[in-house]
Write a protein that binds this ligand. Structure first.
Ligand code: BG6
Length: 489
């Protein structure tokens, strides 16, 4: 279908995601000649714009979000000329008649079949739009749908959504997006693990002590108070992005790398997550909410947020994976808004030698402990830490590093995660998208947390000053294992 006339319909076309991520991604594909020759992008939303008003709105916005080296007036103008807009309320079925007419117009003589619907709307519309598309027979054989996360609110709602989607589209047409999987560095984790012989023999409970997965940000919730109040960090980041990174770290190598095999292995990890018991729920989950500090607002002061909100903006958890490879190895995961910096990284801590023969040169308790840091962003790269003898007399050991930086490969390609994923969807490759069984397995694991919070109004929610590393209780959780968080600088 790649060379047939192509229409991408974006629901939520005047929203944040469209201007920040989708349009810049589409522009970068366009500029690299990676979109089908004949294409149109039809923005749909409740805000009233004519085609030309929408074009000038996107023109202004896109310039803020594309990289400097990609700014090129001629290309931008050419891209903008492919944009159209239709003002309808996507919640109202009768208005889809207008969408159907608009698609016919864009298709010239007949309604285009090669259509990609992108749902960049509030999650409350995820269940409604596909049903309306079906009513108007817009779910044609070659159409596809991309739906943003969080897919569902809990297990039950995700199952309901899956039922709705499978009553409208075949699974091959459904693309549940988790943009972390589109990141070059997340994909490289697979290359690192499965294209190199030296780490794989060590990649198991015998040699790995514990693993940390961190995805923190120095921004607050920006203008997304309304959405964030209904989501919180668990639904926004943990149930999808963080657990996906755990899967990439823990999965078995697929025999052949394709959509089915890869996703089978991801699901196996989710299904092996050790169910959380009472102790885990009480002691191995720490949730926090940022409070005002210096010139930064507290979460409860943000626009669209209830002044008594108990929504978490930080969560740290200890997970276990009950399988042959990982039994007994804790995975500590954390995410938070308003942290000191933005960083996404995985730190694999190897076990120490069984007996310490040497001493540390700098008072470091574990100078010989090997750690592997897989940095997904920023300063993309991989660092291995190990102990070396200090030159001179005696045998004092100091921890040193061996570095690989993506800069050495010419840097991370400019097209970001969304460009990669939209292109994959156009080409019909679902490997890097979440399958229905994975989304349900993930919710099944996290549902007890949500229920626990709902049923225990006094379950702790710790405040942390904006700009700090989160509640101290998350450190205490690690101390149980004789460990502490690796806070990147
Ligand atoms: C999104 C979340 O999925 O991921 C945001 O909704 C978060 O809250 C973002 O800021 C982080 O993504 P990235 O690619 O900037 O690390």
């Amino acid at each position: 279908t790649a060379d047939k006339p192509f229409v991408m319909v974006i629901f939520g076309a005047s929203g944040d995601l469209t201007k920040r991520k989708l349009m810049p991604a589409l522009y970068s594909l366009f500029k690299d000649n990676r979109l089908p020759k004949e294409f149109s992008i039809l923005g749909v939303g409740r805000t009233v714009y004519s085609d030309s008003q929408y074009r000038s709105y996107i023109l202004d916005e896109i310039k803020k979000f594309i990289k400097e080296e990609d700014q090129n007036e001629t290309w931008i103008d050419a891209f903008i000329s492919h944009l159209y807009y239709l003002s309808i309320d996507p919640a109202i079925e009768s208005e889809y008649g207008l969408l159907s007419c608009r698609l016919e117009e864009l298709g010239g003589e007949e309604r285009p079949d090669n259509v990609l619907f992108y749902l960049a709307t509030p999650p409350s519309l995820y269940g409604v739009i596909p049903l309306h598309l079906k009513k108007w027979k817009l779910n044609t054989k070659n159409s596809r749908i991309i739906v943003e996360k969080p897919f569902g609110y809990d297990l039950e709602s995700a199952q309901k959504l899956n039922k709705i989607y499978s009553s409208v589209f075949e699974e091959r047409q459904i693309y549940r997006i988790d943009h972390f999987l589109g990141k070059e560095t997340a994909q490289n984790l697979l290359a690192f693990r499965f294209a190199n012989g030296i780490f794989e023999p060590l990649w198991n409970r015998k040699y790995i002590d514990y693993v940390e997965v961190t995805a923190v940000e120095n921004l607050g919730i920006e203008s997304r108070g309304g959405f964030y109040e209904t989501a919180g960090a668990l639904r926004d980041m943990v149930q999808n992005h963080l657990i996906q990174l755990v899967a990439l770290t823990a999965m078995e190598p697929p025999a052949v790398f394709n959509a089915d095999n890869f996703r089978n292995e991801v699901v196996k990890v989710y299904e092996s997550l050790t169910p959380l018991n009472e102790v885990d729920l009480n002691e191995h989950i720490v949730r926090g909410q940022y409070t005002a500090s210096n010139s930064k607002k507290g979460y409860r002061e943000e626009k669209g947020v209830n002044p008594e909100s108990r929504t978490e903006t930080y969560i740290a958890m200890k997970l276990g994976i009950s399988n042959w490879r990982w039994s007994g190895v804790p995975f500590y995961i954390r995410t938070g808004k308003q942290m000191p910096t933005k960083v996404t990284e995985i730190v694999v801590h190897f076990k120490e030698t069984p007996h310490q023969v040497f001493h540390s040169a700098d008072g470091n308790e574990h100078p010989m402990a090997n750690k592997l840091i897989l940095r997904l962003q920023p300063n993309e790269g991989i660092v291995l830490k190990f102990g070396m003898k200090m030159p001179g007399p005696g045998f004092e050991i100091k921890q040193v590093t061996m570095d690989f930086s993506y800069d050495k490969l010419g840097g991370v390609p400019s097209g970001d995660a969304y460009a990669r994923l939209i292109e994959d969807c156009i080409l019909g490759d679902a490997t890097l998208f979440t399958r229905s069984d994975a989304v349900e397995a993930s919710w099944k694991f996290f549902d007890p947390v949500l229920n626990y919070w709902t049923n225990n109004a006094d379950a702790p929610l710790y405040g942390y000053p904006a700009g700090t590393w989160g509640p101290l209780e998350s450190e205490a959780m690690m101390h149980e294992h004789g460990a502490e968080w690796t806070n990147p600088c």
